[in-house]
Write a protein that binds this ligand. Structure first.
Ligand code: DAH
Length: 340
C-alpha cells in the first residue's frame, strides 16, 4: 500500500458515497471500506509486512482515511434523512439502524406492591394468606364478631347495605369467622382485601380501600407474641428498627383491645408534620380474640387464645411512599401511577 493507492481509494470512496441514493447503498459502501473484511482492515493487516519506517506513516494515513469516510457517510445519511423528511422526491425509507422505541410494559399498582411486600413478610413468619367475599352477610360482618344488633358499636362501621341482609363488607374481620369455621387451631393467617365504608372522602378517607387482617390462634398466644410479630413486621417493611406502643382501645371482637402506634418513620419519633408533632403514628386496631368470637365460629374457647389485628394497607402505602392524598390511588391519574 502506498500513498498514491490510498489517495485514489479515497477518491473512489468519496464518489461511491456521493452516488448512494438510499441507506442500503450507504451500508454497502460502509462494509466495503470499514467492514471487518473491508479496505481499511486489509491495509491495517498488511502493515506488518511493510518496512518499519513506512508503518507509522501508512498507519496514520489509513486512520485519517477511516475518519474521513466515517464523516462522509454520516453526512450522507443525514442528507438522505432530511430529503425523505421533506418528501422532496426522495424515496420513502426506513432507517433500520435507528435505535428502536421501547414498548411500554405495564407495572404494578402501588397498592399491589404494598400488599405483596406485606404478604411476603408475614409468610416468612408462618402466616398463610386467605381471602374472603366482598359481598358479605350481616352475620359475618357484625353478629359473629360479637357486635350485637342495636349496639352503638355498629355505628363505627358506616356500612353500605344491600338487599336480603347482605352488605359490602366494612372490614376484613368477617374472614376470621369464615376461616375458623373450617379450620382447627393452631393457625396463623393474614387476610388482605378490599373494604367499603359509607363515608365522605377527604385526603385521608376513601369509601373503598384496603385492609389487612391478621389472626394467630393457639394455646398460649399472648399480647407479647403480638407485639413481637408486629414490631418485626414494621422493621422489615420500613427497613429500619421502629418502636411500637399499645394503647387501650375498644373493639367488640377483642378483649383487651389496643390501638397500635408506631414511632414516626419520617422523623424517628422527634416530631414532624406527618405525625402531627407527636412522634407517633396510629397504625392499626388489635387485641386478644374475644371468647364469644371463638364460640360464634364454632370453636370451644376453653384453653384457646389468640391475637387479631386489622391495618389499613392504603395508610401503609402512603407512609412508605410519602403520599399525602389517599384518593390518588383510585384516581387513574397516570402522572401519579407512573412513579411506581
Ligand atoms: N376491623 C377493625 C376495623 O375495621 C380493625 C380491627 C381491630 C381488626 C381489632 C381486628 C382487631 O382484627 O382485633 O376498624
Amino acid at each position: 500500500m502506498t500513498e498514491t493507492n490510498l489517495e485514489s481509494l479515497k477518491i473512489e470512496a468519496k464518489k461511491e458515497i456521493e452516488n448512494s441514493f438510499d441507506l442500503g447503498q450507504i451500508g454497502e459502501v460502509f462494509r466495503k471500506y470499514l467492514g471487518k473484511q473491508g479496505e481499511i482492515a486489509r491495509i491495517l493487516r498488511s502493515l506488518d509486512s511493510l518496512p518499519k519506517e513506512k508503518r507509522a506513516e501508512i498507519g496514520k494515513q489509513a486512520n485519517d482515511f477511516k475518519n474521513f469516510i466515517n464523516l462522509k457517510i454520516e453526512e450522507k445519511i443525514k442528507e438522505l434523512k432530511e430529503k425523505s423528511g421533506k418528501g422532496s422526491g426522495g424515496k420513502e425509507w426506513i432507517d433500520i439502524t435507528a435505535p428502536g422505541k421501547k414498548p411500554s410494559v405495564g407495572h404494578l399498582h402501588p397498592l399491589t406492591l404494598i400488599r405483596r411486600k406485606t404478604e411476603e413478610i408475614f409468610q416468612t413468619m408462618g402466616f398463610s394468606t386467605i381471602e374472603g367475599p366482598e359481598i358479605e352477610s350481616v352475620w359475618y360482618n357484625f353478629d359473629a364478631l360479637n357486635i350485637p344488633k342495636d349496639h352503638p358499636a355498629r355505628d363505627a362501621w358506616d356500612t353500605f347495605y344491600l338487599k336480603d341482609g347482605m352488605l359490602l363488607r366494612a372490614h376484613t374481620s368477617p374472614v376470621q369467622i369464615r376461616f375458623m369455621e373450617k379450620n382447627n387451631p393452631p393457625f396463623r393467617i393474614i387476610v388482605p382485601g378490599r373494604i367499603f365504608r359509607h363515608e365522605a372522602t377527604d385526603p385521608s378517607h376513601e369509601f373503598d380501600f384496603y385492609q389487612l387482617e391478621g389472626l394467630m390462634v393457639g394455646e398460649d398466644i399472648s399480647a407479647a407474641n403480638f407485639k413481637a410479630v408486629i414490631q418485626e413486621f414494621y422493621r422489615r417493611f420500613f427497613g429500619k428498627p421502629v418502636k411500637i406502643r399499645l394503647i387501650p382501645s375498644f373493639f367488640p371482637f377483642t378483649e383487651p383491645s389496643f390501638q397500635v402506634d408506631m414511632s414516626c418513620v419520617n422523623c424517628s419519633g422527634k416530631g414532624c408534620p406527618a405525625c402531627k408533632r407527636t412522634g407517633w403514628l396510629e397504625m392499626m386496631g388489635a387485641g386478644m380474640v374475644h371468647p364469644n368470637v371463638f364460640k360464634y365460629a364454632g370453636l370451644n374457647p376453653k384453653g384457646l387464645t389468640g391475637f387479631a389485628f386489622g391495618m389499613g394497607l392504603d395508610r401503609l402505602a402512603m407512609m412508605k411512599y410519602k403520599i399525602n392524598n389517599i384518593r390518588l390511588f383510585h384516581s387513574g391519574d397516570l402522572r401519579f401511577l407512573q412513579q411506581f
